[in-house]
Design a binder for this molecule. Structure first.
Ligand SMILES: [Zn+2]
Ligand SMILES: [Zn+2]
Length: 574
């Protein structure tokens, strides 16, 4: 896809501009690159249909950037970029990928030592050629070597689902210390981003030394990067880093706001502060030298005339304007979900029986659970054929009777997760699909089809009058598999016209739809369902990961059908 290629070039231009000490422009290119990365439409399509004019309609793209995109689309090259590259032929992605090295350092490393690649950087560090350079030193050299090691093992980012349980456990331990008065996580973890770089804790304590002792000796700490009286940093055996900062109580809110980010949100917020004659930092909101708000986040936002903004929204995607004008969404709450519609039982590849699943779902406080076993095409998951589906449905009906007799207000729904074949047909006969309470359909084979065919395939499935929900609509697996090559725009159009619900798969490796796509669906009025895709009952507890992405996509109760009572849910489905 050209969008990603151009975004990469713009990112590198931003880095080259920064090397040359140019003001403002680097950020403009960075912002444009982000806009391109999250753009729904293919740049090539846009250009073919609307020319230069259409390119200029992309947020953050002005005349000169649009011309550069046009040049790249028509010639496969961008001369502006090529000129930079010729002057400084560095593999920027590699070199700047090392945590310690920014554009300015990369420039010095090239000019003084001719370093162009990661391999050359590692060689130079090992030969101690970097420490003597002006502005570097031994510590930087060591950090560069450690950074390279990290790149080789961890690749830098971790799944929210892997990090959150560990961080939550440590947070609980911190809260239980008598020396700790307050503790929170900050950063991308608090914003519930789908992947996390590192973990930040903020703490209020009158005895910071004791807290630091505790933190740097936590079980699982394999390395202490630094231990001070206000900040310590460690690496855990899982490969990620954690920082802990001790904050004075009077500026805790400002620090929490600052370290929660995102960077983009904070830049925009600081600008609002400046416009109003204030200065905002991690220490507080100041008028001249006088702090006017700092103790709580609410205070800081309120003083700027803004409602408090839920952390999941802090990405500079319009939340500040919404907070200024009282138009923040009434976000879906973590307690709003009434049932899970994507659960596999032991009739196919799942672990537990339907009775056990129903019991686990009731324990979670749900009003219903939908059993969506795989169907026959998926042989490795023991997918069910028509006859087996009917037998399983009979069992569900029996269980519902038992539940009713026991006086429980709980329903098990008859569903399935059928396969979308290469031609868009469904692998189960229509008359059996018609007997289900609902039908999920998903792509589980032939992931690499050409764009037009893959798009047509999914749309054909949505046009089936029995298909209610499309599971994991884009097929991405975080850090493993790219999305299918599809025109999401066309798929969303079809979802709207056919009344098909799109899934937000809460499985931490999927989180599919992602936050940006959820936002688009919400704006188009397309209904969504948050499902765990549990293959064992423990996985029913993954729901909050999906809810978090829904919140990041500005979803409200009205947008999410499993936040509705069962009667309304069944009425809504086809
Ligand atoms: Zn599936
Ligand atoms: Zn599934």
């Amino acid at each position: 896809m050209k969008n990603k290629e151009v975004a990469k070039l713009f990112n590198e231009i931003s880095e080259y501009l920064e090397m040359d000490g140019v003001a403002f422009k680097p950020y403009a290119y960075q912002k444009a690159a982000r806009a391109l990365e999250s753009l729904q439409d293919d740049l090539g399509d846009l250009y073919r249909q609307g020319g230069l004019k259409a390119l200029k309609k992309i947020p953050g793209i002005g005349e000169s950037m649009a011309q550069k995109i046009e040049e790249y689309l028509t010639t496969g090259k961008m001369q502006y970029y090529e000129d930079f590259k010729k002057k400084m032929p560095i593999n920027l992605e590699e070199i700047i990928g090392v945590e310690e090295v920014g554009p300015k350092k990369a420039k010095v490393l090239y000019e003084q030592l001719g370093i162009k690649t990661l391999e050359e950087l590692e060689e130079a560090a090992k030969a101690h050629k970097i420490a003597p350079l002006f502005g570097f030193g031994q510590k930087t050299e060591d950090n560069i070597l450690q950074g390279i090691g990290f790149l080789k093992t961890g690749k830098g980012r971790f799944l929210l689902g892997d990090i959150l349980p560990i961080a939550h456990g440590i947070w609980q331990k911190l809260l239980s210390l008598k020396e700790v008065e307050k503790a929170d996580t900050a950063g991308s973890l608090r914003r519930m981003k789908d992947t996390i770089g590192d973990v930040d804790f903020l703490v209020v304590s009158r005895q910071p030394e004791k807290v630091m002792d505790f933190f740097v000796t936590l079980p699982g700490v394999v390395r202490v990067w630094g231990r001070g009286s206000t900040k310590s940093s460690v690496r855990l055996k899982e490969g990620f880093d954690m920082d802990l900062r001790v904050i004075p109580p009077e500026s805790y809110g400002a620090a929490l706001q600052y370290f929660t980010g995102s960077k983009e949100h904070n830049i925009a917020l600081r600008k609002i502060a400046i416009d109003q004659g204030y200065k905002l930092s991690e220490y507080g909101l100041f008028q001249g030298d006088t702090p006017v708000a700092a103790e709580t986040e609410e205070e800081v936002y309120a003083r700027l005339g803004l409602a408090w903004i839920p952390p999941e929204l802090r990405e500079d995607r319009g939340e500040i304007d919404a907070a200024l004008t009282g138009k923040l969404p009434r976000l879906l709450d973590y307690r709003d979900i009434k049932g899970d519609l994507h659960v596999h039982s032991n009739w196919n590849g799942g672990v537990q029986s339907i009775r056990e699943i129903a019991a686990a779902a009731r324990e979670l406080g749900y009003e219903y659970v939908g059993i969506s076993d795989h169907t026959k095409f998926l042989k490795i998951e023991h997918g069910l054929d028509e006859e087996q589906l009917r037998a399983r449905n009979k069992e569900i009906e029996e269980i519902n009777l038992e539940l009713k007799h026991a006086g429980h207000n709980f329903t098990v729904l008859k569903g399935c997760e059928a396969n979308i074949m290469a031609d868009g047909s469904i692998d189960i006969a229509d008359e059996v699909l018609a007997e289900m309470d609902y039908v999920i359909a998903g792509v589980h084979s032939q992931f690499k089809m050409p764009r037009a065919e893959m798009t047509r395939r999914i749309i054909t499935a949505m046009e089936n009058p029995h298909v209610d929900i499309i599971s994991h609509p884009t097929g991405r697996l975080l850090k493993k598999r790219e999305e299918y090559d599809i025109s999401l725009e066309k798929i969303l159009e079809a979802a709207r016209s056919t009344g098909t619900v799109l899934e937000i798969n809460a499985y931490p490796e999927r989180l599919d739809l992602n936050d940006l796509n959820i936002r688009v669906c919400k704006n188009l009025g397309i209904k969504m369902v948050i499902n765990t895709d549990a293959h064992q009952v423990d996985q029913l507890r993954l729901m909050p990961f999906g809810i978090a992405q829904a919140r990041r996509g500005w979803a409200e109760k009205e947008d999410i059908i499993n936040a509705w009572p069962v009667a309304r849910l069944l009425q809504m489905l086809k």
